[in-house]
Write a protein that binds this ligand. Sequence first.
Ligand SMILES: [Zn+2]
Length: 292
Amino acid sequence: MTRSFLDALTQPTPLLADGATGTMLQAAGLPVGEAPERWLLDNPVAIRKVAAQYVAAGSDMIYTCTFGASRVGLSRCGLEDKFETINRTAVELAREAAAGKNTFIVGSIGPTGEMLEPYGEFSLDEARASFAEQAALLAQTGVDALVCETFTDLQEALLAVSASKENASVPVLVSMAFELNGRTMMGVTPEDAVFRLTDAGAAAVGSNCSVGPESLEQVIRAMKAARPQARLLAKPNAGLPQVVNGHAVYNVGPAALAAFATRMKSLGVAVVGGCCGTTPEHLRAMRRALGG
Ligand SMILES: [Zn+2]
């Protein structure tokens, strides 16, 4: 990789991120409720294959399968002693999937999964230490950027961004999950999120998961109106999941996500991609819509 991630982030055409990992792995046989991080050890080929499909679909950047791989997250499934192996393996698999391509590798960091004080018992210091440790390790493995994604608590997102910035010298992106009412589950507004997180030094701020492209677009437009200079990131689900025979089914197809990508480009958004329910087919359609 020779071009710089920050340069790429400021081009007129948005960077195309990847699509879903979890729902793709479930389609490949990962049992519902099983952590993708466990599959990194048991079935690394499946993880690499999903990433390679996004690279082939034209993604400019792919996320590592490390969303739940903080020591805190791994301890909930008895894998805390595999913290280093899982994070390193995830980066290697992403790099192998992108071999020979100009694809950026972005280290994914999810929320701790614990309720932080003052809402819960988990201390801010513990959360900060967890983010710091994972960010430092991912940066050591040579990722091009980090993304703190699917946060609902603004305080936790701020901790993740600041701990990542202090422990890694790569750009840090951040995205929060907003509900249909335009707020996160913890009541955060798009305006508060974009102000606080850009002030904290995030290279791009945005939204992923939870809702489909139409609702997520309202969030992105609110962020843009509040802070027009902010670099934004938009990674919607393929619609709201409907549960059919115990399985989540997503109804928004590739053409609708391609149209979404075009609108995001007109709005000057820096990164677009897909979250739960999106597939390489969705990403291929988005690539065609964006050009490049
Ligand atoms: Zn999602």
